[in-house]
Design a protein around this ligand. Structure first.
Ligand SMILES: NC(=O)C[C@H](N)C(=O)O
Length: 362
């Protein structure tokens, strides 16, 4: 059957209909294939331009989920696919309300009792893809694969990377060997752990890397393989968001010479419930900043020290709360979750530093 006739012809839905999830794509059903849900959120993978040479001034978040899937009919040979267009925007415009909703949908779709969904793919802009991936890694933990995927070239570009990335992501989400590895990022024939992988180039398709920690696998002829047996990264922490209805405002302040420590109080006055400082080195903060950070920590205001350096960790056992190996945007999400789940200062510190003690407190 042509794809359009096959789409929406299936009547064995595996996505729940009573959770407020709007099912906007439903492919045919084949009992021998895994059930993979797709949540589409926009980004360059759904981007469009009038010129196929344009990879910089296109509009992100234009193409809908059905058109994305229709561009890759091979998808329907590797999985039963049902999807929801959660939103269609560039990922720099996503906010905590939307990503928390996506996480709740992900838990409902994958982890509710009786779920027959085998894996989930989230199509996403690459600019903040690592943030949503890290959130999923922290809060969706029933073993089933959650795979984040995007593209660096819009769908209209010559050699667009979205279709192959999407096919590989859906294949990965339906792969039993992808279970129990935490959330995964799949782009450019590589599989990375959401805890460590980050975007490292603003333009090129090989942008997602975890140089120190490495990829956990890759794809050959679109089929996934893994270098290591299933397992979770050492410094992972999980959170139960079933009673979390909003994520608090947490800001990231960027370290540099002449850093104005008074910005910390200004962020608090503006509503921040926690702050991450992207320090200049291994958490290094200027003398005046440290005095201010100690004052606020003593008052019970959580401040986490991360680093603006791309690789490496901030040691634990210091006056600040250490982000360990988490880069600033991931430390921000962990702090949001720690505050939202009601942890006190000791609990917050433990969520950041428990797994570091003995490793990074020397
Ligand atoms: N490559 C991309 O997807 C970038 C885009 N600005 C986004 O994050 O939505």
């Amino acid at each position: 059957l042509p794809l359009e006739a096959r789409a929406n012809s299936g009547n064995s839905s595996f996505l729940p209909t009573d959770i407020g999830l709007n099912i906007t794509y439903s492919g045919p059903h084949n009992a021998s294939l895994p059930n993979v849900a797709i949540f589409a959120t926009g980004g360059t993978i759904a981007g469009s331009s009038s010129s196929e040479l344009d990879t910089t001034s296109y509009t992100a978040g234009v193409v809908g989920i059905a058109a994305l899937i229709e561009a890759v009919p091979q998808l329907l040979d590797v999985a039963n696919v049902q999807g929801s267009q959660i939103i269609n925007i560039a990922s720099e415009s996503l906010n905590s309300t939307i990503v928390l909703q996506i996480a709740k949908f992900a838990n409902a779709v994958l982890c509710a009792e009786g779920s027959t969904t085998d894996g989930l793919v989230i199509t996403h802009g690459t600019d903040t893809l690592e943030e949503t991936a890290f959130l999923m890694d922290s809060v969706v933990n029933c073993g089933k694969p959650v795979v984040l995927v995007g593209a660096m070239r819009p769908s209209t570009a010559i050699s667009a990377d979205g279709p192959a990335n999407l096919l590989e992501a859906v294949t990965l989400a339906g792969e039993p060997d992808a279970r129990d590895r935490g959330a995964l990022i799949a782009l450019n024939d590589r599989i990375g752990s959401a805890l460590y992988t980050q975007k490292n180039n603003a333009n090129t398709i090989n942008t997602f890397t975890a140089v120190e920690q490495g990829n956990i696998g890759g794809f050959l002829s679109t089929k996934p393989f893994f270098y290591y047996p299933a397992g979770q990264p050492t410094f992972k922490e999980t959170f139960d968001i079933s009673s979390v209805n909003e994520l608090p405002m947490v800001d990231v302040l960027y370290g540099h010479q002449s850093f104005d420590w008074k910005l910390i109080q200004e962020a608090i006055d503006n509503g921040a419930k926690g702050i991450v400082i992207a320090g200049t080195g291994a958490g290094s903060l200027s003398d005046l900043t440290i005095i201010e950070v100690e004052r606020l920590l003593k008052q019970g205001f959580p401040i986490v020290a991360s680093t603006k350096i791309n690789e490496g960790a901030v040691p634990a056992g210091r006056d600040w709360i250490s982000a360990g190996f988490l880069n600033p945007v991931k430390a921000r999400i962990r702090l949001q979750l720690a505050i939202a789940t009601g942890l006190d200062m000791n609990g917050i510190r433990a969520k950041f530093e428990n797994t570091l003690v003995g490793y990074l407190d020397k």
